[in-house]
Design a protein around this ligand. Structure first.
Ligand code: ADP
Ligand code: AMP
Ligand code: ZN
Length: 219
């Protein structure tokens, strides 16, 4: 049985944080569109250079490019049992493309946890986010700090702040979310896969509620 789960929520809701934890618990590939773009940017591929022009100003990368990238990623062997999608889909066109990709292989999305967090909290979360360039682990200077400030607990790399976590870009990304991504809440509510979770709670509580929601969708 394959298991495809889509984590939905605004930037800063905690999708990446939760995906890192529950992908291990559920033994699913963690597919983050933002991480794939950043990896391409690090390697200076054509895709990375193109994506950067959109990412730096908080805009979405065009649908055709993003859909092709995810289709290729989901075709790799580690997604044979399913995947935990984080940051994709972000538009109704992407959501339909994902449904089509999966239904071609007689697969479908099992559950769409929607991690709901209000705007003021998002700004504080993204402003204090620190990321590891080596393992991608995400910290927060106040809410989830590393043992030694600025240093990854796992591999001792120096943490960095994402350029798109600057205050004006954060504001733009949240606007883009409301304009282009929030219609997906209704899309998945209507097809019965949405499970709303209060993302303002502590990380461990969100994790356990996510796992419960995924388990419920399975029964
Ligand atoms: P997303 O992937 O949805 O953009 P992240 O997982 O990167 O969000 O989280 C954004 C920031 O908020 C990070 O710095 C993370 O450490 C912090 N964070 C995530 N979940 C919580 C939570 N439940 N409470 C407080 N801070 C959180
Ligand atoms: P994230 O890491 O999810 O915060 O994404 C960082 C940036 O990558 C976004 O602001 C977009 O520019 C781009 N991006 C990530 N996922 C998508 C997507 N599904 N569609 C379009 N652009 C995306
Ligand atoms: Zn690390």
């Amino acid at each position: 049985m394959t298991k495809f789960i889509v984590l939905l929520g605004p930037p800063g809701a905690g999708k990446g944080t939760q995906a890192q934890i529950i992908s291990k618990t559920l033994d699913l590939a963690h597919v983050s569109s933002g991480d794939i773009f950043r990896e391409n940017l690090k390697n200076q591929t054509d895709l990375g250079k193109l994506a950067q022009t959109f990412m730096d100003r908080g805009a979405l990368v065009p649908d055709d490019v993003t859909i092709a990238m995810i289709q290729e990623r989901l075709g790799r062997p580690d997604c044979n049992n399913g995947a935990l999608l984080d940051g994709f889909p972000r538009t109704p066109t992407q959501a339909k493309a994902l449904d089509d990709m999966l239904s071609e292989n007689k697969q479908n999305i099992e559950c769409v946890p929607y991690i709901n967090v209000p705007g003021e909290v998002l700004v504080e979360r993204l402003g204090g986010r620190w990321t590891c360039p080596t393992c991608g682990f995400v910290y927060h200077e106040k809410f989830n700090p590393p043992i030694n400030a600025g240093i990854c607990d796992k591999d001792r790399s120096e943490l960095y702040q994402r350029v798109d976590d600057k205050a004006d870009t954060v504001k733009k990304r949240i606007d883009v979310y409301w304009e282009q991504t929030s219609p997906l809440i209704e899309y998945y509510r209507e097809n019965g896969t949405l499970a709303e979770i209060d993302g303002t709670q502590a990380i461990e509580i969100v994790t356990s509620q996510l796992l419960e929601a995924i388990q419920r969708s399975n029964s």
